[in-house]
Design a protein around this ligand. Sequence first.
Ligand code: SF4
Length: 732
Amino acid sequence: MAHVEKSTCRSCAAYCPVNVTIDGGRVTKVEGNPDAPLYKGFICPKGRALATMHNNPGRLKTSLKRQSDGSYTPISSSQLVAEISAKIGQLIEDHGPRSVGAFLGSPGLEHQALGPIMMRFMDAIGSPSMFNNGTIDQPGFMIAPALHGSWAGGRMHPDTLDVFMIIGGNPVISKQYFPQHPGNQLKSLIAGGMKLIVIDPRRTETARRAAVHLQCIPGEDPTIVAGLIHLIIDMGAVDQDFVQNNTRGFDELKAAVRDFTPDYVARRAGIEEEDLKEAARIIAESKRGDFGSGTGPSMATRGTLMSYLLYNLQTLRGFWAREGENAAMPRVLFPPQEFKAQPNPPYPAWGFGEKMRVRGLQQTAAGMPLGALPEEILTPGEGQIRALFLHGGAMIAWPEQDLVKQALESLELLVVHDVEFSATARMADYVIATRMQFEVPIMSQINEMLSLFHPGYGWIEPYGAYQPALFEPPPDSDLMEPWQIYYRVAQSLDLNLKYPSISDLLGIAAHGSDTENESPMMDMANEPSTDELYEMMCAGSAVPLSSVKRYPNGHLFDEARKTVQPRDPDCKARLELANETMLDELGQVRAQPLEERRAKNADYPFLFIPRRIQNSTNVVSSTDRSVLKTTYNPAYMNPGDLDLLGLSSGDKVEIRSQHGAIIGFVEAENDLRPGVLSMTHGFGKNPGDDYDPKRDGANVNRLTSWTDDYDPYHGMPRMGAIPVAVTAIRDA
Ligand code: SF4
């Protein structure tokens, strides 16, 4: 007899509530939950595909160990823990704790206890070598508040906005900023009078709704934002009271943008001067606004500069929540936060904490620079990383796939967790077979945590949700949750782990401080359940987890709402408008010849940019393919460019950058700016694998390089606005 259970999709950070139909112990349907607040039953095709994903016939039911001939054989969980513990213990003894590294990527969304226990484990062994995907995604947006300072009153509530501007992002597909049914949210906000401004080389699903779309040359986002600042100052639209009372550095900023005249910006960015002025006019006439960005500007390099300038523009207009307003994003499963109409001062953005052994990179406000990890693995000497716990699709999602392969192959120990034998799992010494998302309880805390680092995540309203695991693992399986590897290896090495309270942990991670509240130790004799870990993670939360558990559809907790309080009388903090490093870099942008900036020439006449698609997130799994329009990732180009090259939709081409080449199939797209080629990340296979470009798609990261043209502050390599050549392949 079929019945319906409540749960949440964890395939991306939108965290949509779902109704799961179960019949005969199998998931037969996954739909949006119409009774959940905020979402109104929203779900995307990937969420609906959770039924296929859960019933994946290729799922791993036991962990695997690689043999000397490269084959894999099953290994029990207890034996796996014993062997990994022995190896880790030996490496620490021989080479010190820094030789053990860990990476946490998107799987942290499905396995929320993983991150906290991993951090406690790395702390217990004394290794600083912990990396996350923040430094190859949008690190600039996490670092900019450190340079600029932040507003303790938070952002203005979206329902009250006159203008929202998004740069290099596509919220309708990415779900950032408007995660609860983004299309409908934007539609109703625009119907209510909000003006949308989009800056993007492509007329995206979001740009189609925009009042102004600046369809710029890829990589010119800092130029445009500097131009908007120039215009806002020129139009006398600076919020003088706000700037006078809360900032410093206005005159230096004004001087730095003086030469970003509308004419120059329009020529440089390839946009119409009148459109730029119209965008500035909308911003100038709006009383309330908010600005955001997606991965586009970060991937095109200079993402830190663009993000910093965007914060400055927002501050010049005073677009921050004021005293007496309802605070956006009040805490629910985090300790309560007081919102105040005052600045938080800047804090260290980079150059603190652990130093990398390569390229002078160092820890940042966005985490350790992942851009250094492959070299840290491959560079011999003291401090070399020799073992890696890897939670994420490195082989498909990381830049320069060949170097990643070389680095992972050179490790003395590589441990990966996965539900299927993925491209990255095929590189591992041990593959931990783990639970599917409906086999793990879910709570909403992680999205609140993400909102601390990026305003595009989290819930504007005080939303909280918890649902229990819907299934026990299959009876013939021997699975581990990813956090258990750390707990059990710690047990085996006689290490004690501190209590995984998220707020304590973020006291370290958020600002690079090395001071930590005193945390009690976990009971290392009696392994906790995941539910017990969730209780520990929510210690001191604004709403007790036990209260959240009473609402199977999720709930808005009015008692957690906050009002922005007045400024402290003794508050002397100021927002920084003239960070010296950023304004120097802006000067370099202005001085640099265009062609040098983009490195485009007759040999590489097009610019590659990444794009989101509705049916996959960062890495396409075997089950994702069931909901893709094509199993591969087409190479979209403007029809005029295809004509010039004598190509038609469906033609096979080689796409070559200075760093590598891939095979693609072109597809005409009127919405794309001429001179641009656009493909989705997350496709392809490992080098040397049986490969069919039409079946598997192309890994666009083969066009990239970790070490060429990277952001100097956090090391993120150029992953967009990459000069490429396109050549027809005429199969015989
Ligand atoms: S947007 Fe789609 S993938 Fe993301 S949580 Fe919602 S249903 Fe899942």
